[in-house]
Design a protein around this ligand. Sequence first.
Ligand SMILES: O=C(O)C(=O)C[C@]1(C(=O)O)C=C[C@@H](O)C=C1
Length: 290
Amino acid sequence: MEKIAYLGPEGTFTEVAATAFSKSAERFPYRDIPSCLQALANDEVDGAVVPLENTIEGSVNITLDHLVHKHNLPIVGELAIPIAQHLLVHPNNGGRSMKAVYSHPHALAQCHDYLSNHLAAAEWMHASSTAKAAQEIAEDPSLERAVIANRLAAKKYGLTIAAENIHDFVNNHTRFVFLSRRNTGNTSMENRPNANKKTTIVVTLPSDYSGALHQVLSAFAWRKLNLSKIESRPMKTGIGHYFFIIDIDHEYDDVLVPGALEEIKAIGCGTRLLGSYPSAVIHEETESTV
Ligand SMILES: O=C(O)C(=O)C[C@]1(C(=O)O)C=C[C@@H](O)C=C1
């Protein structure tokens, strides 16, 4: 049976995504995103599911940076799943005002307006995941903390939903990627006929070349290759040194994408393929996404 690493413990959004990718795989929780990637690099698992970008909060930088700087692990599939954040409390604490709100920093950020309006006096505390916060509060109600997490975590850890759908913008989605060095075809992307093909690359620019980024973009533009994302991240080698992550709405075919990459290399840029993969969006919270 295929083994998949995800950010644990049970009940995280990443576990929800991992289940949506493959119901039959065996899921293994890890304490953080780098540990999931390391587990895959060490061949402890066959695949890893990690968050890449959220509609409200933007990129998950730790995922991008580890994929670019530390590993060579191909992306083989992508799913954007709806993210519904709820305020959970221990059943013993129902109705009491809480001293703190505890969750993953991304989840807290997705609910900033709600927290400012309803829990401004509480301390906002970071946990390693939404489900980790839920697990800790279930084990120790005396902490008097509310938690932001999903419905699955509420059920798993026996917490009460005090307020539903507290995320600041309705269309809250997170893109998760499935990484694997051997694409066994077991990722359930095959069952998603509406999946689009996408290619993600990393580009580095020569330091003394005016207009290099313009030329990079032209290589895609005149081939009519649509880009759905371009983002710069620090190279970590000095101020002003960046790499670009570029998502191309096209599979890595025989002609168009390789041609664009050859042209980009010819002007002295570095390129690296992070993956060419099917990508789908789940619009509604369904049985498989809670
Ligand atoms: O804490 C979780 O439940 C996670 O799966 C992590 C994570 C993230 O890293 O952004 C995933 C999806 C949501 O955007 C909030 C948190």
